[in-house]
Ligand binder design. Structure first.
Ligand code: GRF
Length: 276
């Protein structure tokens, strides 16, 4: 076994400036960061953040949503881009497309997003202005799991930003963005920790595999479309699980064979006794 801890293979999805992407990439330079940034994807060919990604030699892909007739076609193209990279975590960072169950179910519990409000308050856009209009004392930001319902998945981490008398939506956006840049890497650490516990337990106790396969997404929201979620792409731990599963099947097979032989032998002995 290697002593090097496994780093989650991560893709960041952007549509514009990409300042959160940059913060994550910079955090990932730290040797103890639990994720490697393996891919940047944008639906917008002009996204400003792509320049930073290219300068830093991170593979970038542009999948322009306008080239596809349906959301599902667009998402099928995204899945095709991700597949060769064996991505284990997707961070949405200013990615301005809603994802459907088709895409989300392929990465169940492994897609997270940052939103500029204290969720569940102020889902959607224009969050700081809405907080101001409502006379709130705080705005803030949240990193949350992505589910098909917009900005509604479980919150992983959130932080408040005080609203002062002279604040405008712009000043709040600037203050909040600075907080976002710390919050997102911290949330990735939490998710990585959670995922590593989940995969560790999964491989060390085959009998509870079915229960442990429940991701946070499934636990809280239990959408029926998740029931048939495909296995997350192969990586070391999942391969271990496959080995454990094969072994369990072999144990079951040999047990069935053993009892079959005993039953057949008993029947033959009974028949012989009756015959004699
Ligand atoms: C951030 O405010 C984030 O909360 C929201 O979109 C903005 C993206 O900014 N989801 P950037 O592209 O990361 O600079």
């Amino acid at each position: 076994m290697s002593d090097t801890p496994h780093k989650l293979r991560t893709a960041i999805f952007i549509s514009g400036r990409g300042s959160n992407m940059k913060a994550i990439v910079e955090a990932a330079r730290s040797p103890d960061f639990p994720a490697s940034i393996d891919l940047i994807v944008s639906n917008n060919p002009d996204a400003e953040g792509l320049k930073f990604a290219k300068l830093n030699n991170i593979p970038t892909y542009v999948v322009p949503h306008g080239n596809y007739e349906t959301r599902e076609d667009f998402e099928t193209a995204l899945l095709g881009v991700l597949a060769p990279y064996e991505i284990e975590l997707i961070c949405l960072a200013g990615f301005m497309r809603l994802l459907t169950p088709l895409f989300i179910s392929a990465y169940a519990g492994r897609i997270i997003n940052i939103h500029p409000s204290l969720l569940p308050l102020y889902k959607g856009t224009n969050t700081h202005q809405r907080a101001l209009d409502a006379g709130e004392a705080y705005t803030g930001c949240s990193v949350h799991y992505v589910i098909p319902e917009m900005d509604a998945g479980d919150v992983i981490l959130q932080e408040k930003v005080v609203i002062e008398d002279n604040d405008t939506a712009d000043t709040l956006a600037t203050k909040t963005l600075a907080v976002e840049h710390k919050l997102y890497p911290a949330a990735i650490r939490i998710v990585a920790d959670h995922l590593s516990q989940y995969t560790h337990e999964e491989t060390s106790n085959a009998e509870t595999t079915a229960q442990l396969k429940k991701h946070p997404f499934e636990k809280s929201h239990g959408g029926s479309h998740m029931a048939n979620a495909p296995e997350t792409k192969s990586h070391g731990n999942i391969k271990d699980t496959e080995i454990v599963n094969s072994w369990m099947m072999w144990v079951r097979f040999t047990t069935v064979m053993k009892y079959s032989v005993i039953i057949i032998a008993a029947i033959l002995i009974l028949m012989a006794l009756v015959w004699l």
